[in-house]
Ligand binder design. Structure first.
Ligand code: ATP
Ligand code: MG
Length: 252
């Protein structure tokens, strides 16, 4: 295996809310192209970790370097601009607008020109990019449908498609498969992972479904009470005694 410098270096991250310790002693290196699964029981600190990396939450102490650039102190817009994008635990799409309109808004925002960008919405350049994303995320046939008539799987595809229009180098997804039916989940993940691999995006995603973890990630970070209790391959992690007790055993 060729050793390259990590694209993301997290050091001694601590986050407290009064007496609650949401993150402690978090040390992680992520290399380009890795697909990392973040697992842990409810309240383990998964979303807090994602929020700190993406600028939505300021760590109490510690550092987060992206390609050598310090992210702590930067806000979400600056972090996105630097090349890190995300989706949320609850998807952020506009329900009464069509798939194509949602993507156009995301593209306009990614251009970072505020409302002026909205006037450019039908420019040939943006239309080409929109259609490219529609195709790569298998959304062509839903293009003119409003979001509220779509299945949860298609909504989540749109959600991720909207997060990648800024062409991130790292993408963090908070529970991408939550609410997706058993029938849809593998097809959904196949589309997402294939598109992200093609663009060589490094991915970290929070996931409760161990079948998804086993099939799609190259590495697992298991959180428990704000700390990482396992950082290993999915095969090892799923067989690990601590992971079984504090992560898998806690699912209800
Ligand atoms: N803004 C906040 N103020 C106070 N406590 C918070 C805040 N945000 C998170 N916490 C606490 O930090 C801990 C970690 O929360 P976090 O949302 O990261 O959990 P999670 O692993 O994402 O859980 P879930 O699987 O339920 O989404 C929890 O104890 C939570 O109550
Ligand atoms: Mg969460």
């Amino acid at each position: 295996m060729t050793e390259s410098k990590p694209i993301l270096e997290v050091r001694d991250l601590l986050k407290t809310f009064g007496a609650v310790v949401a993150a402690k002693d978090i040390n992680v290196d992520v290399r380009k192209g890795e697909i990392v699964g973040i697992i842990g029981a409810n309240g383990a600190g998964k979303t807090c970790f994602v929020n700190m990396v993406t600028g939505y939450l300021k760590p109490t102490s510690g550092s987060i370097a992206f390609d050598g650039v310090q992210l702590v102190g930067k806000g979400p817009r600056e972090v996105t601009h630097a090349g890190i994008s995300r989706s949320f635990q609850v998807s952020q799409v506009f329900h009464t607008m069509t798939v194509a309109e949602n993507l156009m808004i995301a593209l306009a925002i990614a251009k970072n020109r505020g409302f002026a960008a909205l006037r450019e919405m039908d420019s040939p350049d943006l239309l080409t990019r929109r259609d490219d994303v529609l195709t790569r995320y298998h959304l062509d046939s839903y293009k003119d449908m409003t979001v509220n008539v779509l299945s949860q799987g298609v909504r989540k595809l749109l959600d991720i498609a909207m997060a990648v229009v800024s062409e991130p180098r790292i993408l963090l997804l908070d529970e991408p498969t939550s609410g997706i039916s058993v029938e849809e989940k593998f097809g959904f993940m196949d589309v997402v992972i294939e598109a992200l691999r093609e663009d060589e995006v490094t991915v970290l995603f929070v996931e409760h479904d161990m079948e998804i973890v086993e099939r799609y990630v190259s590495r697992v970070l298991a959180f428990y009470q704000g700390e990482i209790i396992a950082d290993m391959s999915p095969k090892k992690a799923l067989a690990d005694a601590k992971v079984q007790e504090f992560v898998i055993g806690t699912r209800h």
